[in-house]
Design a protein around this ligand. Structure first.
Ligand SMILES: [Zn+2]
Ligand SMILES: [Zn+2]
Length: 344
């Protein structure tokens, strides 16, 4: 008899369903993983609510996974049964010009496991060996489930022109925003401003070293930041909230010649920006898409102790309580940062 296992799906907004999957042997280049920890991503919440701009229901969800190798295909050389690994959850085509140049995050046919029906909230996961990163002993499974958001933050901060003493503003102090804060400081930032509408997130930002953590009050907050940043504004702003207001603010707080980076995906396909300030202040705006060779950097920083991922975890739950984990994150005033689902 074939062995089966459950995988979480969203068929109707706000409800987690489990669908039975048949356990398959890995093909030549593949590895079968026994899942140990998966963290819930902001994008999973969009899917859960049926509001994801690209994922239409029914949809599989989950991609921030770590686990243990339990079987390998015949052509697998680097990994062996028993190895502890983290998943880089991306499926580039390998053929397009961007893939050939190594910039695989820009692949013109970019896909993801959950978009192809394999979500990560499941006890088993099959993937090509090349998208697995072997974990050092010192890094736990639950921390490793946060390597994916850390890689997103690493990619964004590497794109920013931060030099020693740069002033940096971060709009959105969820997990990725807080990681951007910590990494900006590692990269040499001087004064840092973190903005959010939730007080518990601002507290976390203060604990993680933000010079100023401000409740976002729109126009007044822009004025306050400009005032505190020598009346000139900040060198670099990150938008990690995915909102019209914060995109505009991230431009308005820049000093002349400053640079804003969009990290948050906006559920609205189009927003309005004040275009004249690009000319008047010679500012620039660019985007940061996912990660590309950033897992290696993320892992190096974690292993070396530069960033402690356990600080971002607010809740640990079992696979059986997945619905409660999503409810916790979508409930107003839920006070949850990263929720990690632990598997036996
Ligand atoms: Zn994610
Ligand atoms: Zn490609």
């Amino acid at each position: 008899m074939k062995k089966s296992y459950p995988m979480a799906m969203v068929n109707t907004p706000g409800k987690i369903d489990f669908e039975e999957q048949i356990l398959k042997e890995p093909s030549a280049d593949q590895v079968l993983i026994k899942t140990r920890a998966v963290s819930i991503c902001g994008s999973d919440l969009h899917t859960f609510k049926g509001e994801h701009p690209f994922a239409h229901l029914p949809a599989a969800l989950g991609h921030e996974l770590s686990g243990e190798v339990v079987a390998v295909g015949g052509a697998v050389r680097r990994l062996k049964v028993g190895d502890r690994v983290a998943l880089e959850p991306i499926i580039p085509c390998g053929q397009c010009v961007f893939c050939q140049k190594g910039t695989y995050n820009l692949c013109v046919n970019l896909s993801f496991h959950h978009r192809q029906g394999q979500g990560a909230f499941t006890p088993f996961f099959v993937v090509d060996e090349k998208w697995l990163h072997k974990l050092p002993k010192s890094v736990s499974f639950e921390e490793s489930a946060l390597l994916e958001p850390l890689a997103v933050a690493v990619h964004a901060v590497q794109k920013a022109p931060i030099t020693l003493g740069s002033t940096v503003a971060i709009f959105g102090a969820g997990a990725v925003g807080l990681m951007v804060l910590v990494l900006s400081r590692l990269a040499g930032a001087g004064e840092t401003f973190a903005m959010d509408v939730q007080e518990f997130r601002l507290m976390a930002a203060r604990e993680m070293g933000a010079s100023f953590a401000l409740a976002n009050q729109g126009k007044k907050t822009v004025e306050d930041i400009l005032h505190m940043a020598d009346g000139l504004g900040v060198d670099v702003a990150f938008e990690v909230a995915g909102k019209q207001m914060t995109v505009v603010q991230s431009l308005q707080v820049l000093r002349k010649g400053g640079h804003a980076i969009l990290v948050g995906l906006n559920p609205e396909p189009e927003i309005t920006v004040p275009s004249n300030i690009f000319v008047q202040k010679e500012i620039s705006l660019s985007g940061s898409q996912g990660y590309c060779w950033d897992f290696q950097t993320a892992l190096t920083l974690v292993e070396g102790g530069s960033i402690d991922l356990s600080r971002f975890i607010s809740h640990r739950i079992s696979f059986d309580s997945l619905q409660e984990g999503f409810d916790l994150l979508t409930r107003p005033g839920g006070r949850a940062n990263k929720v990690v689902v632990l598997f036996e």
